[in-house]
Ligand binder design. Structure first.
Ligand SMILES: [Zn+2]
Length: 160
């Protein structure tokens, strides 16, 4: 894995990103925070994952100010979103879910959160971040469904 040691955020990398525009990561569309705040390593890996997956990644959340983050229901204080190191990707359909997930794992992401909004309608959100100060684990939020955790872990293991 490549490492970046720049102290000042260099935004030149955006020119090399194939699948995403900076505004997709804005807190409020058009406010420029995506371009200014998103982490280079995160965006580069996300772009690579998008190539591997071959399906659209709909970004539902990128950068968040700490204030906005604190106002969101269920958002974690000090979320990686507040330092530009997290994105939420909406998926529709189990097949797309596994394509996205598999690609994220292939480019080395470890911290992946699974939010299954509707088992019946086959849709949800994947949170992915490259925080190095938070636990290096995956997690599941199944509060909004009747799916059992075991059930999802079994499916998850099938992707390898
Ligand atoms: Zn998130």
């Amino acid at each position: 894995m490549m490492k970046y040691f720049t102290k000042v955020k260099n935004k030149n990398f955006w020119a090399e990103i194939k699948h995403f525009q900076p505004h997709e990561f804005d807190e409020e569309k058009g406010d420029g925070t995506g371009f200014e705040q998103m982490d280079e390593d995160l965006i580069r890996r996300l772009d690579k994952a998008r190539s591997i997956a071959g399906v659209p990644f709909q970004i539902t959340s990128g950068y968040r100010t700490p204030l906005k983050n604190s106002q969101l229901e269920g958002a974690v204080k000090g979320s990686a979103h507040t330092v530009g190191k997290a994105v939420d990707i909406r998926w529709i359909g189990r097949e797309n879910y596994f394509k996205i997930l598999n690609a994220l794992k292939q480019v080395g992401f470890i911290r992946i959160g699974h939010y299954i909004w509707s088992e019946k309608e086959n849709r949800g959100t994947i949170h992915v971040d490259n925080s190095t100060i938070k636990p290096q684990v995956q997690w599941y939020n199944l509060a909004s469904t009747k799916t059992t955790k075991t059930n999802w872990e079994q499916r998850f293991n099938n992707i390898a």
